[in-house]
Design a protein around this ligand. Structure first.
Ligand code: C2O
Ligand code: CU
Ligand code: CU
Length: 522
């Protein structure tokens, strides 16, 4: 077995601390063919026939108490056995033992406090992706919650005292001010070097922020407003989730087998944790909050057959909430961590129609996602207005400065990994210090396919390869998809909280193999 990263049991950080020497090798002339996005794993048991399992919708968590301005929740992270493939038991690591975790619903401006108790055998960090959150509650990768009653295990206790690491014993209270507009956020694990395998085991859930502006629109509501978490997995013969970790206990040694360093791909597509599910719908409009929660897989979503007239997807929101006006798509590319809030209108399909949501970047099993079956006729109460929200486009002339970030394959101490500006992630090194209140342009260049995510702020895509943004780049985003050799500029205003945050590739194998950098708002 060849290994990527981690020649020492102290993990990747230990290496960097030792010498800090990072070489970037083989950049010139190493062409990556478009479409090479990761390495597929094959399931070792028979896969179910698609479109048999009803679509589950994650339950909405209830606060344990509320006061004038805050709702309090308690979540226990634990292992549980669930039925993902019909008739097969699969062990997952879930928030309250669930995969996906319970959906948290918050009001904009109302504080949400979530106490996370860790009954898993490994440390965790919880990140609210898309949250405008103070640094001590943001789930920084080395700000860890240790397992209950197991605070001194050698593997990670070895990190104690190392600069930049902190530990909470058994539980941590995360407080979210949520002074931000309505949007589809999600929460997931963010443990240093182990985010890929820990999310793969199930540590991800929705966190939906609502506000008056969004509520006042006549968009589909209630049971016609459905979050869809799309991710791929592979299964071992015993029903467990297959992942090529060097250390399957995920205790000490990070990294994946070398063949998987570009990203781990499964052969089963799950929506809300169910394989190729089916949803019965009325012949009306529905609002779907699409999230790609895959480790590495990109999708191009389309409806088959498409509607007899009109676009398949009417996009009303992006990562950061409502667009100024709806945007039509016949196909929608979605990179890991991106969200698209879309309205699909089933009124053009006769009752009895079956419409597949397909992935045109895949074939066979990974070419399908789920199915809608038009089961009944109903009067449609919903509509999509031509104007959705206020939007302030940021202009190039407002920017106080431009920073460059180069995302590249690299070599660290003779091993393969991923780098930003030639460097591997080091929690003790500050890579950028934007001032609060400033507008900045961040220019990203790449050799490979990387979905780039910033914590704390939302941004606007300013340009792609010298031209304008794509249609699907519209609105406020926190993750932008870079394709092979792309150059993308984003513009943002740093607001809110002072402190240390990260930006990173959201291909989780790249993230775990060092494609992360720090910024500090000052
Ligand atoms: Cu969704 Cu830092 O990640
Ligand atoms: Cu984030
Ligand atoms: Cu990447």
């Amino acid at each position: 077995m060849t290994r990527a990263m981690s020649p020492s049991r102290r993990g990747f950080l230990g290496l960097l601390g030792a010498a800090g020497a990072v070489g970037v090798a083989g950049l010139a002339g190493c062409g990556f063919p478009r479409g090479t996005l990761g390495e597929p794993l094959t399931s070792e048991l028979p896969l179910p026939r698609p479109f048999r399992v009803p679509l589950p919708v994650p339950r909405v968590a209830r606060p344990v108490r509320s006061d004038g301005d805050t709702d309090y929740y308690e979540i226990t992270q634990r292992e549980s056995e669930v039925e993902i493939l019909p008739g097969v038991r699969t062990a997952v690591w879930g928030y309250d033992g669930l995969f996906p975790g319970p959906t948290i619903e918050s009001r904009s401006g109302r504080r949400t406090v979530i106490r996370h108790r860790n009954e898993l055998p490994v440390p965790v960090a919880v990140h609210l992706h898309g949250g405008h959150t103070p640094p001590e509650h943001d789930g920084y990768p080395t700000d860890l919650v240790l397992p209950v009653g197991d605070a001194a295990r050698s593997g990670y206790a070895g990190h104690a005292g190392r600069a930049g690491w902190s530990f909470h014993r058994g539980a941590k209270e995360y407080a979210y001010p949520l002074e931000q507009r309505a949007a589809t956020l999600w929460y997931h694990d963010h443990r240093m070097d182990f985010t890929g395998p820990q999310m793969y085991r199930g540590l991800a859930g929705f966190h939906i922020v609502r506000d008056d502006e969004d509520d006042a629109l006549p968009l589909p509501k209630g049971d016609k407003d459905i979050p869809l978490m799309i991710c791929d997995r592979a299964f071992a013969a015993d029903g467990s989730l297959r992942y090529p970790a060097l250390d399957p206990s995920l205790r000490d040694e990070p990294g994946v087998r070398a063949a998987y360093m570009e990203g781990v791909l499964g052969d089963v597509v799950l929506v809300n944790g169910a394989p190729w599910p089916v949803l019965e719908v009325a012949n009306t409009r529905y609002r779907f909050r699409l999230l790609n929660a895959s480790n590495a897989r990109h999708y191009q979503l389309a409806l088959d057959p498409g509607p007899p007239e009109g676009a398949s997807f009417l996009q009303v929101g992006s990562d950061g909430g409502l667009l100024p006006a709806p945007v039509e798509h016949t196909a929608l590319r979605i990179a890991p961590a991106e969200r698209y809030d879309v309205v699909v209108d089933f009124s053009g399909y006769p009752v009895g129609s079956e419409i597949n949501l397909v992935n045109t970047l895949g074939s066979g099993g990974v070419g399908r996602v789920m199915r809608f079956r038009v089961a009944r006729r109903e009067r449609d109460e919903a509509s999509v207005p031509g104007r959705l929200s206020e939007y302030e486009p940021l202009r190039r002339s407002q920017a106080a400065r431009v920073r460059e970030f180069r995302f590249r394959r690299g070599t660290v101490h003779g091993m393969k990994g991923w780098t930003i500006n030639g460097k591997a992630f080091d929690p003790t090194r500050m890579d950028a210090r934007p001032s609060l209140g400033d507008v900045e342009i961040w220019r990203f260049t790449t050799d490979f396919h990387h979905p780039i995510h910033l914590h704390l702020v939302n941004f606007q895509v300013l340009s792609r390869n010298g031209g304008g943004p794509r249609e699907s780049d519209a609105g406020w985003k926190d993750t932008v998809d870079l394709e092979v050799y792309d150059e993308v500029e984003v513009i943002t205003r740093f607001t809110g909280y002072r402190g240390r945050y990260v930006l990173h590739c959201h291909n989780l194998e790249h993230e775990d193999m060092a494609m992360m950098a720090n910024f500090e708002t000052v």
